[in-house]
Every structure is written in C-alpha cells, then in structure tokens.
Unconditional design. Structure first.
Length: 147
C-alpha cells in the first residue's frame, strides 16, 4: 500500500488547486513554479523534479505526471512513487505488485506519436493510475495519476 505522502498526492485529483496549495507536498514540488496556460488547460511543470499538474479551466486538478527522466530536459521524479512503485520496475514487476490492469495497450501506430509505448491502466474509485513503459517493457517511463 502507498505511504501517507503518496496517498496525499493521489487525493489531489479532482480538487481545486487552492485546496492543495498549502500542503507540504505542493510547497515541495511547486514553490516558485508559475501556472501556465495551455489549450483548454492550465499546468504547473517542475522539470527539475520531474512532476507536473494539469488543471482544467476551473483550476481543478485533472492529472499528475511523474517522469522517469528519460527526456533530456526533464529530470527523474526523486521521491517515492505511489503504491511503492519505482521507475526501475518492469511491466511484469508492476503487475505482480498491482495485479492485472483494467486496460492495457501500446504498440499501435499513431500519426502523432508514431508507435505508441506499452501501457497499463488501473482504475480506482477516485483516480486512475496509468503506467507507460519503455518499448522493451523493462522499466516505467511515465506514471500518470488521473481523474
């Protein structure tokens, strides 16, 4: 089971940004990070800590991305991951920990992304957990907590 810090971040999904701004985790991850406007969303992106928040137009948190550091300009998220996961776990390892996913995919061709990476999705009552893996399934490339 996830430790209390990790559960706290899981509970951010669906909350207004103002409800989490005073938490220790928010201050750890997003102090001095400006809120930016995207297309139909807002986001906070801390590239040095490998974490971002995606917010809807009402400033409610839609998703949280935790990065493995596999992109040149985005560092690896340095703190514990939810459910005692870590980026070095393979797809098989994560399935041993979390059980069979609710959905899985990858390997398809997309005109936007090329070949889509392998992924597993776990659906819980208040959030979903989406794990994207490297092509060889050897490690987690991206962890997304979403609504």
């Amino acid at each position: 089971m996830a430790c209390s810090i990790n559960m706290d971040i899981l509970n951010w999904i669906g909350k207004n940004i103002n409800e989490v701004k005073e938490t220790l985790l928010y201050k750890r991850y997003f102090t001095n990070i400006p809120l930016e406007k995207g297309t139909d969303v807002y986001f906070l992106f801390n590239r040095l800590l490998g974490i971002d928040l995606i917010l809807n137009e009402s400033y409610n948190i839609k998703s949280i991305h935790l990065y493995s550091g596999n992109k040149d300009d985005i560092h690896r998220f340095p703190y514990e991951l939810p459910f005692d996961l870590n980026f070095s776990l393979s797809r098989n390892d994560t399935r041993l920990i979390l059980g069979p996913p609710n959905k899985s995919g990858g390997g398809d061709f997309s005109f936007i992304y090329g070949i889509t990476p392998p992924w597993d999705k776990y659906v819980y009552d208040k959030f979903s957990l989406h794990l994207q893996f490297f092509e060889d399934h050897s490690e987690i490339a991206l962890l997304t907590i979403g609504s």
